[in-house]
Write a new protein. Structure first.
Length: 434
């Protein structure tokens, strides 16, 4: 039996797509092995958000071919899409595929010879249809990621993704619901709706309420207990959207609302589509509906032209928003984006200091949010045993609190009622309510 190995870099969308390709190979009779083992074919699903992702992809490609010269190496994903010729020039690459036509990957691998090179990257900006790739099973996971949308029309000045993924394409509702039903039948209790720009779902259908209609359809599926929305744009949360969302009880009280900066000047330079005042009003509206909701966000420090005053504005705004957690990124120039050519690039030492200050603030806000729930009973979906705390299993509440519980019985995949007792590192220790 032939063997295939996968190596995945980057986001949850990449992980979903790797799983979809894995199932295609399994249906064709392949055995999936670890990427450290000898295989007949290696599929490298690349990331290009930063140049570090490109570098990691190149390193893995060279190592694979050096160890397995007769294998077929297929490079897919965002790096392959944006730098197809560069990837083709890497010694050992056989197939370069990009971010479309991946449902044909088995055919290309089987037709390719070890000394052959095939470039099948097309012009992603001309693609208008969502590429249907389905997932039925995600090994070792209790929450299923479900891709509902592809592409982005935002063109933030620091981001390469619109050029790697193309324009917005939405998945048909009937295909989404069919996949959710399959996942539920396979034992999943939570689905996480993901995509490149989830808030744009349905824009290409010209349907105003497409995302809400999909959520209603998913909500009606028996056996599913949780629906989680991944990263969202603040502008999605209109009064109408919030009103309709609030009656869908399976929707988790956790939203990741991208901010990126608390400085008006920097937001404008980034080509973000909101002001800090608009963002503030949206957060206030969300909290009127969901008073104890977990709101998380992303912040970029050291964007070109960011002064100490700009950073101070960001710091104070983040503090005011009282997020439950934040992800902090140091800006790095991405070739092919407008911001890479901006003047006033910020030096590394300043980026590092600003990053550390925000990370510390984020930790303080996380603890403050966790403390609100100590002594309460929450439902926890358990995922895996805790590596550095023997005998404990970890899981998530619907508002994204990580909870650890000691139990002699296996808990993975179950939702149990847990009393929350004390904070331990970034988690909360709890006990099962008998």
């Amino acid at each position: 039996m032939k063997k295939v190995a996968f190596h995945t870099l980057g986001c949850k969308v990449n992980q979903y797509e790797t799983q979809a390709m894995t199932e295609l190979f399994q249906k064709a009779g392949y055995t999936v092995v670890a990427d450290t083992e000898v295989a007949d074919a290696y599929v490298i699903n690349t990331c290009t958000v930063t140049s570090i992702g490109d570098k990691k992809s190149r390193q893995f490609i060279r190592r694979v071919k050096r160890n397995n010269p007769n294998s077929i190496v297929a490079v897919v994903g965002c790096y392959a899409q944006t730098a197809a010729n560069e990837v083709m020039d890497i010694e050992g690459v056989n197939i370069v595929m990009g971010t479309n036509d991946r449902n044909k990957i088995v055919e290309y691998v089987e037709e390719c010879k070890p000394d052959e090179k095939i470039n099948i990257v097309d012009d992603i900006m001309k693609v208008r249809e969502f590429e249907e790739m389905t997932v039925a099973e995600i090994k070792g996971k209790t929450r299923a990621f479900l891709k509902i949308q592809e592409g982005c029309n935002q063109y933030c000045t620091y981001c390469i993704i619109p050029y790697a993924r193309g324009p917005v394409r939405s998945r048909r509702q009937e295909d989404i619901l069919k996949e959710v039903k399959t996942l539920v039948a396979n034992g999943f209790k939570e689905v996480v709706l993901t995509g490149i720009h989830v808030a744009s779902y349905g824009k290409d259908f010209k349907e105003k309420d497409a995302l809400i209609e999909v959520l209603k359809g998913i909500h009606a599926i028996e056996g599913l207990e949780r629906i989680r929305l991944s990263s969202l744009e603040p502008t999605l949360f209109t009064e109408d959207f919030l009103r309709e969302l609030s009656v869908l009880e399976k929707v988790c009280q956790h939203f990741h609302l991208s901010l990126q900066s608390g400085s008006e000047k920097i937001l404008h330079a980034m080509n973000r589509k909101y002001t800090t005042q608009q963002y503030r009003e949206i957060v206030q509206a969300i909290r009127r509906v969901y008073p104890k909701i977990a709101l998380t966000t992303d912040i970029i420090v050291g964007f070109p032209g960011e002064t100490e005053e700009d950073f101070k504005e960001t710091y104070e705004f983040v503090k005011e928003m009282a997020f439950s957690d934040i992800h902090v990124f140091k800006y790095s120039p991405r070739k092919g984006t407008p911001a890479a050519d901006y003047q006033q690039q910020v030096d590394g030492m300043k980026k590092h200091r600003r990053s550390e200050e925000l990370i510390t603030l984020g930790e303080e806000m996380r603890v403050a949010y966790q403390r609100q729930f100590l002594g309460e009973i929450k439902g926890v979906l358990f995922e895996a045993e805790v590596k550095d705390k023997p005998g404990y299993t970890e899981g998530l509440t619907e508002n994204y609190l990580k909870v650890l519980v000691k139990s002699e019985d296996p808990l993975e995949g179950e939702i149990r009622r847990i009393t929350l007792h004390e904070i331990w590192k970034d988690s909360i220790i709890g006990s099962i309510v008998e």
